[in-house]
Design a protein around this ligand. Structure first.
Ligand SMILES: *[C@@H]1O[C@H](CO)[C@@H](O)[C@H](O)[C@H]1NC(C)=O
Ligand SMILES: *[C@@H]1O[C@H](CO)[C@@H](O)[C@H](O)[C@H]1NC(C)=O
Ligand SMILES: *[C@@H]1O[C@H](CO)[C@@H](O)[C@H](O)[C@H]1NC(C)=O
Ligand SMILES: *[C@@H]1O[C@H](CO)[C@@H](O)[C@H](O)[C@H]1NC(C)=O
Ligand SMILES: *[C@@H]1O[C@H](CO)[C@@H](O)[C@H](O)[C@H]1NC(C)=O
Length: 536
């Protein structure tokens, strides 16, 4: 049995917490730096599906994957930068066990989190970590605390009808995309490792009755906190207001240092902060053409970082109706509707907070909610890459020019090339230039650049190019790129996962290996027929 002696025998038990990772000595100052054992955990024990009340977590042990286990990928940046590990640890079999649920960190009391959520517009009741286990937290030498979570590590009391596993396909996507988003500068959860097993998992990949055997995989992922809007909603909906207050107080004290924990309007301040940060996050998504795909309240972080990478996609041909989840026929979470989904989620967050707000505070909060789209738009405009404007977006939309490469090639083009309309080496700008009004737009653009030039002593164009290249990526994780790496990974060839992972660490830098792989080229013909499979 995996069951360990329980350290805390009362019903009141831990949030989370291995005091250290097994590969390193605890530092002196870490002793006694345990987090508050603040939250009650589920009184009921045992790994069976149930409705849970009056707690934030249930005790839940990972189910080890059946071997042989293969370490398909690791993020050196996450291991070294966040967990203070020497990447040399990865060669040990022990490491594979620890990061896939086969072994628990010393002191780890793994938990599954109870939460609810609004899914596709409707209250879905209890959801919770159905295939994820919180292993504990780690405070690194920079003083940052990261929560370690396994995904795909087996059933929990919240598994509903699921089997608690994640397949290779979805795990590769999460691993690659969360790390790629980080290097694009977008707030996100991180991924430390990806372990692939031979354990069979059955999935109906396109929900069409075609059940296929795939293999189970586990990602070790990290976030400063895994609490979601749904974490608060379930407590509010169930009238568990003491617990709601307790959880909020904890989140505010741990993660919102600028909010004074004694102030009577701290919940209002918290709400205002989440509304702002979420609007800014979603503007950042838009600025790189990222569609999350499942903007349910349970998939939205209270810290406004990107979490739960599922049927996400990066938009290629510019199209506000772009929907990464091919089963989302209504386009509820299309990229153009994404901000409205965010607004909806902020409304649900406010509903969850209402019982703790006075009537006057609720009124203020409603006004704050109304600022969401404005903040989103202002932030989007700021991120709208230098020199472009809504008319430019219109040209892109009309010509269905590639979103990423249009911005990038505009960044790379010299003034000379722009003036001569020489786009021989710029396939996306060529598409754009087919527009009848392109020339007008370009004239205005050049005029503006010229004006800026007279105000600046330095060579304004090389300045512009450098500035624009530092914010307009040349490489994003396009579906076809992920798919190609996944096909190899299914055959235990992880070389392309490693290549993509490496290239996407420097998305703004032109790299020979990426050029050779065609990652900045027009997507191959077969990319257009790709569907993002949704079962995960
Ligand atoms: C905050 O509240 C605590 C107890 O509720 C009290 O001891 C402390 O003095 C208060 N701090 C401030 C700055 O008001
Ligand atoms: C809003 O959020 C952004 C991004 O998180 C941050 O830079 C900015 O300071 C915030 N503004 C306010 C008023 O809190
Ligand atoms: C969003 O949350 C729901 C409920 O927990 C979960 O079933 C789903 O897998 C999540 N989506 C992703 C992409 O992780
Ligand atoms: C994709 O959209 C459909 C239709 O709204 C939904 O039922 C399904 O759960 C979505 N897939 C995921 C992974 O969220
Ligand atoms: C167009 O630009 C390319 C570089 O991108 C250059 O090699 C080529 O000579 C230019 N052609 C003309 C006609 O200026």
């Amino acid at each position: 049995s995996q069951r360990r002696d329980r350290r805390s025998t009362s019903g009141i038990a831990a949030t989370v917490g291995p005091p250290c990772l097994p590969w390193r000595e605890p530092r002196q100052e870490e002793e006694g730096r345990q987090r508050p054992r603040a939250f009650p955990i589920d009184q009921v024990r045992g790994n069976f599906i149930r409705s849970v009340t009056n707690c934030i977590f249930s005790e839940a042990f990972p189910t080890p994957l059946k071997g042989p286990l293969r370490l398909a990928a690791v993020s050196k940046d996450a291991l070294e930068g966040l967990l203070d590990l020497d990447v040399a640890v990865i060669v040990s079999d022990e490491f594979r066990q620890y990061v896939s649920g086969g072994k628990l960190f010393p002191g780890s009391e793994p938990l599954a989190h109870r939460y609810g959520g609004h899914q596709f517009g409707y209250w879905a009741g209890q959801l919770g970590d159905g295939r994820a286990h919180l292993l504990g937290h780690y405070t690194n030498r920079k003083g940052e605390t990261w929560e370690l979570q396994l995904k795909g590590s087996g059933k929990t009391p919240y598994s509903r009808s699921g089997d608690g596993r994640a397949v290779v396909r979805s795990s590769v996507r999460e691993f690659l995309c969360s790390e790629a988003m980080y290097f694009l500068g977008i707030p996100t959860s991180r991924a430390a490792s990806l372990v692939v097993s031979d354990e069979p998992v059955w999935r109906d990949q396109f929900y069409n009755g075609n059940v296929k055997t795939e293999r189970g995989a586990v990602v070790l992922r990290l976030a400063k906190s895994w609490f979601r809007i749904g974490s608060l909603e379930i407590l509010s909906q169930n009238g568990e207001l003491d617990l709601l207050r307790k959880l909020l107080n904890f989140v505010i004290a741990e993660h919102f240092p600028s909010i004074h924990s004694n102030k009577s309007d701290k919940y209002l301040a918290f709400y205002t902060s989440v509304v702002n940060d979420t609007a800014c996050l979603m503007a950042e998504w838009m600025s790189v053409g990222f569609a999350h795909g499942v903007c349910n309240t349970d998939n939205f972080s209270l810290l406004s970082v990107t979490i739960d990478y599922g049927p996400f996609g990066f938009m290629e041909a510019y199209d506000p109706d772009f929907v990464p989840n091919t089963s989302d026929d209504e386009g509820r979470y299309s990229i153009g509707a994404q901000a409205h989904a965010g607004l909806f989620n902020m409304e649900k967050l406010l509903d969850a907070l209402r019982p703790l707000l006075s009537a006057a505070q609720q009124e203020v909060a409603e006004m704050v909610l109304k600022t969401f789209l404005d903040i989103y738009q202002t932030s989007s405009r700021m991120l709208l890459k230098d020199g472009t404007c809504l008319r430019f977006i219109q040209l892109m939309e009309d010509t269905r020019a590639d979103f990423t490469m249009t911005f990038r090639q505009l960044s790379e083009a010299s003034a000379h090339q722009l003036r001569r309309r020489n786009f021989t080496q710029a396939w996306a700008l060529q598409d754009l230039a087919s527009h009848g009004r392109f020339s007008d737009w370009l004239n205005v653009y050049l005029l503006r650049l010229g004006r800026q030039a007279t105000h600046s002593r330095k060579d304004p164009h090389s300045d512009r190019q450098a500035r624009m290249k530092s914010v307009n990526p040349r490489y994003v994780l396009r579906n076809w790129m992920a798919e190609s790496a996944i096909r190899k990974a299914e055959r235990n060839d992880f070389s392309e996962v490693a290549l993509l992972h490496d290239i996407l660490r420097q998305p703004f830098l032109t790299q020979a290996s990426a050029e050779q792989a065609g990652y900045a080229d027009k997507p191959p013909w077969w990319a257009h027929q790709l569907k993002v499979s949704c079962s995960s």
